[in-house]
Design a protein. Structure first.
Length: 383
């Protein structure tokens, strides 16, 4: 049955420290005629626990400007999309080149391409830019656009369906986001939190059917189970809209409690369908409070959420690629024997709906692949 052969990650060149973002935000408020909120800004920035993040533009360093030209921070959607179109392919290429090289896969061997992005929209889209770059004109292409933070798990699910139908399939998933392009100076609490959480990044994954020749001599992740749950009456708690000036993320103050109250019954029913012990947890870090809510509700330890928190601290919330960064960390630790391979991985991410997307994965030694393969089951929750 389908496996995740490998995962690669990439970030743009400009690193943003906490102080850089603080200074930039302060300057943006002043230039926009908004009042100073230095104490609140400093407090909330510390609460994010994010030490570093990356952006595709140099603007946040306060030296050169690509988007916020001449310190004009209220840019149009058109201007933001111009930069997105220019920068999204080079960042995607970094993750693609790494995963193809590391697995000795030529572009001609890719049977399907799935792209994921919610921070820019244009047509022909990213999937066609990648196809032109790598000669994938005859490759089947799927674009998952504007879905938010859980979209990479959606892509893995689609790849799972494809690989079940075609055991020789080699599916390339590319998830790339340029969240920093949508920075908007604001003194509204929800806007401040969104501005301080999000960052840029990309990740690629290869999913193969069980007869694909590249599944050999390495530890891979078998896709054991897939699930989805939509929590009733919560559609207004997380939204992603297009305004006249930017894409705008809204995170309700009710969101953390909603996740805390609902994640346990959803996760328990999902995980109980598989008898193997769950030992590793990839929790999308929508923010520290969301990780803490999941940890408390599921009675996890600090060690259980270490991979999620480390990604948040070092990269921020990159939206859809973030869960792949976490799975990449877990996979590397499994391959380096830092983690034992006798336990499952539970992965979950949250998005508009309010939706919980879930995967259950098991580490498999591909050198003994046929003897250890687990069957894939399909699971869904309708509430």
């Amino acid at each position: 049955m389908p496996v995740i052969l490998d995962i690669s990650t990439a970030v743009p060149e400009f690193s943003i420290a906490k102080q850089d973002l603080f200074n930039f935000y302060r300057q943006a408020l002043a230039a926009s005629g908004l009042p100073e909120i230095n104490k609140k800004l400093s407090f909330l920035l510390e609460k994010t626990k994010i030490k570093n993040r990356y952006s595709c533009i140099p603007d946040f360093e306060g030296k050169d400007y690509k988007l916020f030209t001449d310190n004009i921070y209220q840019q149009s959607v058109e201007k933001r999309m111009d930069v997105y179109k220019e920068m999204i392919l080079p960042l995607s290429n970094k993750s693609i080149d790494t995963i193809l090289k590391n697995n000795n896969i030529s572009p001609s061997e890719v049977t399907h391409l799935i792209t994921v992005s919610c921070t820019g929209v244009f047509a022909p889209g990213l999937e066609f830019l990648i196809a032109d770059q790598y000669g994938l004109q005859h490759t089947e292409k799927i674009a998952l656009n504007f879905l938010g933070c859980y979209a990479a798990l959606k892509a893995l699910k689609h790849a799972n369906y494809i690989a079940q139908a075609n055991p020789n399939a080699c599916i390339l998933i590319v998830s790339a986001e340029l969240c920093s392009l949508h920075f908007m100076p604001s003194i509204v609490d929800e806007d401040i939190v969104a501005n301080l959480l999000f960052a840029d990044g990309a990740a690629a994954a290869i999913v193969c059917g069980d007869k694909n020749k590249h599944i050999q001599n390495k530890l891979v992740l078998n896709i054991d189970n897939i699930g989805s749950a939509c929590i009733p009456n919560t559609a207004d708690q997380m939204t992603w809209d297009i305004s006249s000036s930017a894409f705008r993320m809204y995170l309700s103050k009710k969101l953390v409690k909603t996740i805390k109250d609902n994640i346990k019954p959803v996760a328990d029913e999902f995980v109980s369908a598989n008898k193997t012990e769950t030992g590793y947890w990839a929790i999308h870090p929508g923010g520290v409070r969301i990780v803490e809510a999941v940890k408390e509700s599921l009675q996890l330890t600090e060690k259980n959420v270490e991979d999620s928190m480390t990604v948040l601290q070092n990269y921020g919330n990159m939206s859809s690629p973030t869960i792949l960064f976490i799975l990449h960390s877990i996979l590397n630790k499994l391959r380096n024997k830092d983690y034992t391979s006798d336990k499952n991985i539970f992965a979950c991410a949250f998005g508009p709906g309010l939706t919980v997307e879930m995967l259950l994965l098991s580490p498999i030694d591909a050198s003994n692949f046929k003897n250890t393969l687990h069957p894939t089951t399909i699971y869904a929750v309708q509430e």
